[in-house]
Design a protein around this ligand. Sequence first.
Ligand SMILES: [Zn+2]
Length: 466
Amino acid sequence: MRRRFGFMLPLVVFAAVTTTILGAQQTPSPSQKPAWLDAYRDPASRLIGEAVSSTFAWDRLAVLTDSIGNRLSGTPALDRAIAWAVTEMNKDGLENVHTEKVMVPKWVRGNESAEIVEPARHAMVMLGLGDSVGTTGDGIQAEVLVVHTFEELDAKAAAAKGRIVLFNVPYTNYGETVRFRSGGPSRAARHGAVGMLIRAVGHSGLRTPHTGALQYAGDVKKIPAAAISSEDADRLQRMADRGSKVIVRLKMDAHFDADAESANVVGEIRGRERPDEVVVVSGHLDSWDVGAGATDDGGGCVVTWEALRIMKKLNLRPRRTVRVVLWTNEENGGRGGLAYRDQHRAELARHVMMLESDGGVFRPLGFGFTGNETGRETVKAIATLLTGIAADQISPGGGGADIGPSMAEARVPGMSLEVDGAKYFLIHHTPADTIDKIDPAEMAKCAAAVAVMAYVVADLPQRLGE
Ligand SMILES: [Zn+2]
């Protein structure tokens, strides 16, 4: 199924579109017009033209999200996605397609519920937090203590004992708010709380709960923890503010099974001159067990993979190897990234750049970059080839959860695809993470941006940063 772009556009129109896209290039400043860049204008326009002339990437993602669906570590669905990716990469003609074994934790959600039982019975919309322990018997039932900061909790330590603590923290930004999801359960347990609830970490939506991993501290009892929708959190808040005694029952069958075998999926375009030097582009194939893992992170997998497919299709083989990696277990452990670092330690010194796309595939803006000043100037120059699709911004702080360990190990320059993230934390880790939230045209531009950046970095006469 191909749609929206009218991809049956007659070639002339296609050509016209492409020239407008490329014609609209602002004149880059002298430092951004190094002579070596001219050699890349033609391959860049071919890569962009190919990427934006079809909905192939979106259609491929639809197969993953519609047919396989969400893919939590250790589930048969993730195993199917791994096998599917290997088959499809081979169909694309990628080289050295293989899987690399990774043992992953297998957290199982099971049945779960949360309800207000006093002052009256009301079911709440909830999702247990990833890696949480479960409840026993008929669940836990206790009075709720509403707090908004760790300091407020510590100040109300006595009141927390034997209660279910609700962190009703309005979403500001992910880094700030997620601290309560990850560290809240053990902070509450330290004061003798029997359970923890958290206002869903994300923009308020339509009574949508956001799951995500917690991190228990090793020196305190593990208590069950769940996210509730912002609407339910506000309801509990108003009841508490009115002085009502609010009793909640939390039931969770969550538990860990034994670690399971999984894998990172790898495919390549071998370099024509320095095949042992590598540019990695990547996304994580696992997802949470809600929604379809389309934005997080099926889209990142497909657009980075698409970069290689169109290089192959256009017969563009750069000097160095371009390698796509689809990581396993990013959401609750990061074992895929750690395993890659350990299994490739001997060749990390020859990794010239690693890129991860894990921020959605909405309208691309450009890239984050971590590396030295020479490297930054080089990627800024390369980004001017993307001005026509408005993806030419280079911002500080490129990287990703899965490439992080390898970047740190061998000081590999790191990049991340940056997009218009306005919708990202509305659907992040929710049942609403489905493909309809993704625009095929924007996704195609993401693939174009990654293809151009990866191709040029892999083909540069001099190594990035030198
Ligand atoms: Zn992700």
